[in-house]
Design a protein around this ligand. Structure first.
Ligand SMILES: Nc1ncnc2c1ncn2[C@@H]1O[C@H](COP(=O)(O)OP(=O)(O)OP(=O)(O)O)[C@@H](O)[C@H]1O
Length: 220
């Protein structure tokens, strides 16, 4: 699903942030991506999404070599990936409900065909009472949950989530982890970048990708 071979990344003329990364993300797998602040977790997620080009090495996404993809092919691949950004990236002029429904609307689907599904998902993430509120009025944790719902609504083949429980209390973090686990059981590969040791301990046996000093250590 994702393959990195000897990937290195530097920003501008700086030192290499990531060095010699070689790993796979298998279909229907679940992994945590962890490491100290500044280790390069967000950078690695951006590389997987092909939002950043590697300075060296090869990356393939769904079997396509990143170096040879044109813009249209890249857009088509990205549609199969759900992303929860650290800064949420909700649209402020759309309500919570409209933000979550947006990927479906963009696909040309009719509101009646997805309304129940969007409402159910928003209920699950605890936003059932916040449907008609605009993002500037939402708390950090509420924005985070809206961003998660938007990433999940398309049932992506691959989910990349950057600190998806960073702004919620432990109880909600457990609930969201259950949601990610259910998504995984239904066939999605999940990558969760997190510092949260408690969260990782709740899913013993999950693969851990640990970044440190520019290198990746994998614990299967
Ligand atoms: N656009 C950029 N230009 C230059 N340097 C950058 C850029 N983005 C990130 N960096 C640097 O790359 C390093 C890795 O950053 P990154 O955000 O990937 O780390 P992280 O592990 O996600 O950190 P955190 O856990 O604090 O979110 C940091 O030293 C950061 O300052």
């Amino acid at each position: 699903m994702v393959r990195f071979e000897n990937v290195g990344l530097r920003y501008g003329m700086g030192a290499e942030i990531l060095r010699d990364l070689t790993f796979d993300i298998a279909p229907q797998s679940f992994q945590f991506l962890t490491g100290p602040s500044g280790a390069g977790k967000t950078t690695l997620l951006r590389l997987i999404l092909l939002a950043l080009r590697p300075t060296r090495g090869l990356i393939s996404l769904f079997g396509a070599d990143s170096a040879t993809l044109d813009k249209n092919a890249l857009m088509a691949l990205r549609r199969k990936v759900g992303v929860v950004f650290q800064d949420f990236r909700l649209l402020d002029h759309l309500t919570t409900y409209q933000n979550v429904a947006l990927p479906l609307r963009v696909q040309g689907k009719d509101e009646p065909s997805y309304r129940a599904e969007v409402l159910e998902l928003l209920d699950w993430v605890g936003l059932g009472q916040r449907l008609h509120v605009y993002p500037p009025v939402l708390s950090g944790g509420e924005k985070q949950r809206a961003a998660i719902a938007r990433a999940l609504i398309m049932r992506p083949e691959l989910l990349l989530a950057d600190e998806p429980t960073g702004n919620v209390d432990p109880q909600m973090a457990r609930r969201l982890l259950r949601l990610f686990q259910e998504l995984h059981k239904s066939g999605t590969s999940v990558v969760i970048a997190t510092h949260d040791l408690n969260l990782m301990d709740q899913f013993e046996g999950a693969r851990r990708l640990v970044l440190g000093d520019g290198r990746l250590h994998i614990y299967d």
